[in-house]
Design a binder for this molecule. Structure first.
Ligand SMILES: Cc1cc2nc3c(=O)[nH]c(=O)nc-3n(C[C@H](O)[C@H](O)[C@H](O)COP(=O)(O)OP(=O)(O)OC[C@H]3O[C@@H](n4cnc5c(N)ncnc54)[C@H](O)[C@@H]3O)c2cc1C
Ligand code: FES
Ligand code: FES
Length: 1335
């Protein structure tokens, strides 16, 4: 390497400004560079692997050959800065700013309520902005496609899509699909039998600035000159460990490849980047031929098309689209198959970065394109110093057989994809956990050629992905079927043969073995049907068609742009226009979210001498620590210290929660030590070098079943009983017993846990900045860990990028860990959990096992239920006991069962400690109740909704724990939901559909909800606020609640505005801090606005009482005059406000109490369509009715309901945590753990807030943060309804249980048929499964 010249200057533009980097490090990515070097913190870190879209930027490049500028979205975390020489980057700061001008994209996202926590918002803005740069008037489909690679955990996407749709032509904006009337025409509507005026507009589009594409910044002319310069030369960037070389010509590239045959070519970096980052691949030399014109061309001949290897997958898509529109259908079958997969492969950003060459060379085992390219007889055109040659992109190549591979000095120039021919069929098939942006569980490319005019197989090709370590060819099967006619006999032999040939061992990596085997033949069957249909079209006389009821399964579910309508109460027309209560006010920080100017903890500028912390976590579930050797780590550059349990001056174990493992580890992922270094990269590298030796300890308890065997619990049993359960069982017609498993859930807040701990010089003070739901607890843990009083610890919290319960308890541990490091090193500590560490360490929702015994009459009336619940609490107490109390209290849900016994207990296992999560046990327990109600219906041969109605609470009553309540709003929600969703008519229509379709089934379900807000401990419901009025009349409000995206601060401003009778613009809310409001409760349990609102109201009312005499004396004066006068009269203009809390209580000995201040009622109805062959489902429509009493802010409340519903839907359908039998969590990032994206949300989505009374709460409102979670289970039960229809048709009439989540795997394997019957059954005693369920 000594012969390499020293570094060149790296030149690129960011937001119109030239960046000259003299010491470009090839290992640094654009995200890091933007945030740390350029201090542009609007671009966010969410995962670091291209999977979340939080870091989306626009990259623009000029092509001197075509004289065109290409703008494309890219995930900055995968863009090496060295690849940007000559490019222009636009970040969210370059799009618009509050300080200068907000861009229409930003304005509309904010005003359409498309931001909640705001952490995903800059990425969303950049995806839509880039689309508009290329298509100023896009179609709704393009909007949906543009944000398919952007995750949002808060909003549920509908509002984001809606903001994007405002740029579409007017004709596309209609929200009322099929109703014949556009909702936009309707100013207001009225409910029948009710005088309430109902509004449907949450924003006013008249306020929007128009989009003027001529106002966009121009591409820097200097970069055009650079691109056109005749005498370009090779560029070299020399980093600490790596050299980056950008060749100037193809010959130069070949020269380099010959000199450095092991060096990868960095093209899109979407394969190499993740492998260097997550799998520790290291390359001393990187070669980047991305810009070489020889790799960017399209050549169409009579045989097909040849496409340059440097084309991105998005460009490939455009090329294929244009060929498909020009050429006859029979020639373009391969291209159409590729186009289908290109639509769902990753998200738009990755498709724009990843190249065709990179794809065919990296050959991921899950590749969606290679199986089709191979089936379509594609060839790879190679070049090297030795000359050019062609190799087939076939089975041996994909299976990486050396004789079929490219040589290390060769470069792929292009890929040739031939046209298909007349008696030739090509298809691509795939199934993934999620429709878009998810690796395939199994995919396939298949082609068959027939002897002309016949159905006799001349050539057959079948390639499968995700069934082994490479794409696999079923070549033997194909060979044996040559000469056979394409008929049912051939199919049945083909299934048998292919199952033999492509063998997935029972313990195979990736798990889902039976499912994957079933998919192998189910996809084959789909191909078989498609080809039969194709033959029929070719010669209708000769070839019989497939049965009519098989037709619908030929097509995959389309990706539709979601539509919706939201309905809520209008404010009283007599209400003062200045009074914001009841109005859909935009989130206080929405514009800052959309411009990237909202500051999250890691956006804060560095403190002098700051150090970064990286964690070393346990790799064993239960083991003795024999030794910790940090000697090598300590010698590495930049490393300052390694911190262990020995360094904790105070409590290392506070309330059973352990900071650093000491002597033994009790779960995989437990923090053993941390490394403090000058950069995060140094800290991380050193952390890898810490050597820990362990000795396993028995028992190792991972599952609830194992915990029950070992009698391992975190706390005592909690029980509620009413009536005489045992007696009642003696007098019923039928009794059923069963078990339901509900797996856990990862919070997946977009901002990972982040702490800044700053030690002060004096008096042992420590200041912490974090995104938490409970600053008081952080203060407590830090004080305990440092052994200093709490009055020295200041915790500041401005906002969190989502929390959902995951930031109630965990930040206190992480805060204490940071504080100990800050204390020991005497330097500020920045501790940002990487996504993979965050998911591993902080755990999530409790997995639950429910066991039930239910006695009922033949008419569906349930007389008795005896239910037991066990949760998997993990290794420490956390909030597991409280979660179980909630489970037991809430377990009756909306049903009045006269004899009811419920018991619950949290199990202690060797998993990371599970914690609070939105709904706090209710989303799990309610599924069990709905399951046994549905089972009763099935046994009585009655529709589930009828049995639900029969057993639902109907009039003022007492709960099982004897709290009186009035379920009238529950009845109203239920009735409205059934009526307005046309449930019964649609159910009939679904039944009709099911009769006409064998492989696709529709299902509907409606679920009622009685959700209790708050907590049984009154002291947790107290709140305080501090309100200052300054002499210019402006007001500063501080309270103890935390802004997590739910809009708490916005509501508090609304409250202060009404109480002080001043415009919102006078009121400011800055941060939450333990030094302003002490001892504040957590912000959780849907109580944030309730309790803090009362405290703010109280403070404002105190101030108004003081001001009233002054106002009385000068009633026509202005607010400012009164304030000046008050000051002159020495009246205090500052006060605290206080709310003692709702007086809730629970006596567990007596099994009674008033644990909850009030109930929230609701109902939701969902309709799905299920593909029985693959297990895919599509959510066609959801109607939600929630009793909001009086909504303080309908936009925020509807946002909470929709967001929670989608999060709930994720819990019940696609979100799946995978653990090894040894307790290792595999699913630690967006690649493995799938939260819903925009493609999962209902095609039609209607949300209505119903009005009722709730005098106990502020302005008669209700806390709606959590309730929507459970409503997502209507999707689970709709799936169950559809699966029931499929099973019935196959003769399976017995009641069955569908556990949660109803993943594609579970759906497919429950739709038992001739294909699942063919799957060999493995003897469980002969292998160890790759993953296990822990519920
Ligand atoms: C978040 C994410 C989601 C994804 N989802 C999917 C998905 O759903 N389906 C799917 O099929 N794929 C998916 N992928 C994989 C993606 O398709 C591949 O990573 C991509 O196609 C690789 O192309 P690249 O240009 O980025 O390759 P790079 O990472 O730049 O290079 C990969 C390798 O190819 C070699 N190489 C590149 N070009 C050439 C050339 N011209 N000649 C010789 N060697 C070359 C390099 O030496 C290197 O070793 C996903 C990737 C990410 C990051
Ligand atoms: S941080 Fe880049 S995609 Fe997630
Ligand atoms: S608003 Fe999208 S992640 Fe919070």
């Amino acid at each position: 390497m000594s012969s390499l010249p020293k570094s060149d200057d790296l030149i690129f533009f960011v937001n119109g400004r030239k960046v000259i980097e003299k010491a470009a490090n090839p290992e640094v990515n654009l995200l890091f560079y933007l945030r740390k070097n350029l201090h542009l913190t609007g671009t966010k870190y969410g995962c670091g692997g291209g999977g979340c879209g939080a870091c989306t930027v626009m990259v623009s490049r000029f092509n001197p050959k075509t004289n065109k500028i290409r703008h494309y979205p890219a995930t900055a975390c995968l863009v090496p800065i060295c690849s940007l020489h000559g490019a222009a980057v636009t970040t969210v700061e370059g799009v618009g700013s509050i300080k200068t001008r907000i861009h229409p994209v930003q304005e509309r996202l904010a005003k359409c309520h498309g931001t909640q926590c705001g952490f995903c918002s800059p990425g969303m803005v950049m995806s839509i902005y880039t689309l508009l740069r290329n298509h100023p008037e896009p179609t709704p489909e393009q909007i949906t496609e543009a944000i398919g690679g952007n995750l949002c955990r808060c909003t549920g996407y509908r509002t984001i899509v809606e903001s994007g749709k405002t740029f579409c032509g007017a004709s596309t904006v209609c929200q009322m699909k099929g109703s014949g009337k556009c909702c936009m025409d309707q100013e207001e509507r009225s409910f029948e039998n009710n005088q309430e005026k109902i509004c449907t507009k949450l924003y006013n589009e008249d306020e929007f600035q128009p989009l003027d594409p001529t106002q966009e910044p121009i591409f820097p002319p200097e970069l055009i000159r650079m691109a056109e310069a005749p005498n370009k030369r090779r560029l070299t960037f020399q980093g600490e460990r790596t050299t980056w070389i950008t060749p100037v010509t193809l010959d130069d590239a070949l020269e380099l490849k010959a000199s450095f045959p092991e060096a990868p070519l960095i093209m899109g970096n979407t394969a190499e980047g993740p492998s260097m980052k997550f799998r520790d691949a290291f390359h001393p030399v990187l070669i980047s031929p991305l810009g070489l014109p020889e790799l960017h061309f399209v050549n169409t001949t009579d045989d097909g098309v040849t496409i340059g290897a440097g084309y991105s997958l998005a460009q490939l898509n455009d090329v294929l689209l244009s060929i498909v529109s020009d050429q006859p259908k029979e020639k373009t079958k391969t291209y159409r198959a590729l186009l289908k997969h290109l639509r769902t492969l990753a998200g738009a950003q990755i498709r724009n970065m990843a190249t065709l060459g990179g794809h065919v060379v990296s050959r991921p085992y899950f590749s969606d394109l290679n199986p089709i390219l191979a089936a379509g007889n594609a060839t790879i055109n190679l070049t090297s110093k030795e000359g050019e040659r062609q190799i087939p992109l076939n089975g041996p190549y994909l299976e990486r057989l050396p004789e079929a591979d490219l040589k290390s000095e060769e470069i792929v120039l292009s890929v040739s994809i031939p046209y298909s021919t007349q008696w030739h069929f090509v298809s691509g098939l795939r199934q993934a956990q999620r429709q878009e942006n998810a690796f395939a569980i199994v995919n396939a490319g298949m082609s068959v050629k027939f002897e002309d005019g016949t159905n006799i197989i001349k050539e057959l090709k079948m390639f499968y992905g995700s069934v082994g370590t490479t794409t696999v060819s079923a070549s033997q099967t194909c060979k044996q079927l040559i000469g056979r006619p394409w008929d049912d006999h051939m199919l049945s032999d083909a299934c048998r043969l292919v199952l033999d040939e492509i063998y997935i061992p029972p313990g195979a990596e990736g798990g889902m073995v039976a499912y994957r085997r079933a998919l192998i033949i189910s996809l084959l069957f789909k191909f078989y049907l498609k080809v039969r249909r194709g033959l029929k079209k070719m010669d209708p006389e000769k070839f019989p068609d497939i049965p009519e009821e098989f037709m619908s399964v030929l097509e995959d579910f389309p990706i539709e742009t979601p539509q919706g309508l939201e309905m809520f109460q209008c404010v009283d027309p007599n209400q003062s226009p200045q009074d914001p209560i009841g109005r859909p006010i935009m989130h206080q920080s929405a514009l800052k979210h959309a411009t990237g100017e909202a500051v999250y903890v890691d956006d804060m500028p560095p403190f002098s001498q700051e150090l970064f912390l990286a964690v070393v976590t346990s790799t064993r579930a239960h083991a003795k620590i024999i030794s910790i050797d940090s000697s090598e780590a300590l010698t590495l550059p930049g490393v300052v210290d390694v911190i262990t349990a020995e360094d904790v001056p105070g409590d290392n174990n506070h309330q059973g929660e352990i900071l650093y493992a000491q002597d033994e580890v009790i779960c995989v992922g437990q923090i053993v030590c941390t490394v403090a270094a000058d950069t995060y990269a140094h800290a991380r590298e050193a952390a890898k070098k810490v050597k820990i030796t362990y000795e396993d300890i028995e028992p190792r308890i991972i599952t609830i079943e194992q915990a029950l065997e070992h009698n391992s619990f975190l706390s005592a049993e909690k029980k509620i009983e009413k009536g005489d359960v045992d007696q009642a069982f003696k007098n019923v017609d039928q009794i059923i017993e069963g078990e339901v498993h509900v797996e856990g859930q990862e919070h997946f807040y977009m901002e990972t846990q982040t702490v800044l701990a700053v030690p002060k010089v004096e008096d042992k003070e420590m200041v912490l900045y974090l995104g938490t739901q409970f600053p008081t607890r952080v203060q407590e843990f830090v004080a305990a860990a440092l052994n200093i009083p709490r009055n020295r610890i200041a915790c500041h919290m401005r906002r969190a990028g989502g929390a959902f319960g995951g930031k109630v308890t965990k930040p206190s541990l992480l805060g204490a860990i940071s504080a100990v490091a800050a204390y020991k090193t005497g330097r500020p500590i920045r501790f940002i959990l990487e996504r993979r560490d965050d998911i591993l360490i902080t755990a999530g929702r409790h997995p639950l096992l429910g066991k039930y015994k239910v006695g009922f009459m033949n008419n569906g009336v349930i007389k008795a239920a005896d239910v037991e619940y066990y949760t998997n609490g993990g290794c420490t107490p956390d909030e597991s006991e409280l979660v179980v109390e909630f489970i037991v209290l809430k377990s009756e849900t909306a049903y009045n069962i006269p004899n009811f016994r419920c018991r619950g207990r949290p199990c202690k296992t060797n998993l990371p400690s599970n914690t609070a999560f939105r709904g706090f046990g209710f989303p799990q327990v309610s599924v069990v109740a709905e399951t046994y109600i549905t089972a009763v219906a099935s046994e009585c041969n009655l529709p589930p909704e009828e049995v639900k109605e029969i057993n639902m609470y109907k009039r003022i009553n007492k709960t099982a724990y004897k709290q009186t309540f009035n379920p009238e709003p529950l009845r109203r929600c239920w009735k409205e939901c059934l009526e307005k969703s046309s449930f019964h008519a649609r159910k009939l229509a679904a039944e009709e559909f099911n009769k006409r379709n064998y492989w696709k089934k529709r299902g509907l379900a409606v679920v009622p909800m009685k959700y209790s807000a708050g907590v049984p401990m009154a002291y947790y419901l107290q709140a305080a606020a501090l309100v200052h009025i300054y002499l210019d009349g402006t007001v500063l409000v501080t309270h103890g609640g935390c802004e997590l995206g739910q809009g708490l601060n916005t509501k508090m401003i609304q409250v202060a505005s009404r109480e002080l009778n001043i415009p919102e613009s006078y009121i400011h809310l800055s941060e939450t801090s333990t030094i302003v409001v002490p001892n504040a409760s957590f912000t959780a349990g849907s109580m944030g606005a309730d309790i803090n609102g009362k405290a703010v109201q109280n403070a404002c009312q105190i101030l108004m009482t003081r001001l009233r005499p002054i106002i009385k004396k000068n009633p026509n004066g202005k607010w400012e005059d009164w304030i000046t006068k008050a000051f002159q009269e020495s009246i205090s203009l500052s006060t605290t406000g206080y709310f003692k809390g709702y007086q809730t209580h629970m006596d567990w000995k007596k099994e009674e109490g008033e644990p909850f201040p009030y109930y929230i009622y609701g109902a939701s109805c969902s309709e799905v369509e299920v593909d029985c062959l693959t297990g895919a489902h599509k959510l066609l429509r959801t109607d939600i009715f929630v009793d909001a009493a009086f909504s303080i802010n309908p936009a925020l409340d509807i946002g909470q309901i929709e967001g929670a519903f989608i999060q709930g839907m994720g819990l019940y359908t696609i979100e799946e945590l995978k653990y090894s039998p040894e307790g290792v969590l595999y699913s630690r990032g967006p690649d493995e753990y799938k939260i819903p994206t925009v493609t999962e949300i209902p095609e039609e989505f209607y949300v209505t807030l119903l009005r009722s009374q709730n005098p106990i709460a502020i302005y008669s409102s209700k806390g709606l943060g959590e309730a929507g979670m459970f409503l997502g289970s209507s999707v689970l039960f709709a799936i169950k309804d559809a699966v029931t229809a499929a099973r019935r048709e196959r003769g399976l009439t017995k009641t069955f249980t569908l556990n949660s989540p109803a993943t594609p795997e579970l759906i497919r394997m429950t739709c038992v048929d001739q294909f699942t019957d063919m799957i060999p059954k493995d003897d469980p005693s002969t292998f160890t499964p790759w993953s296990i369920h822990v519920s």
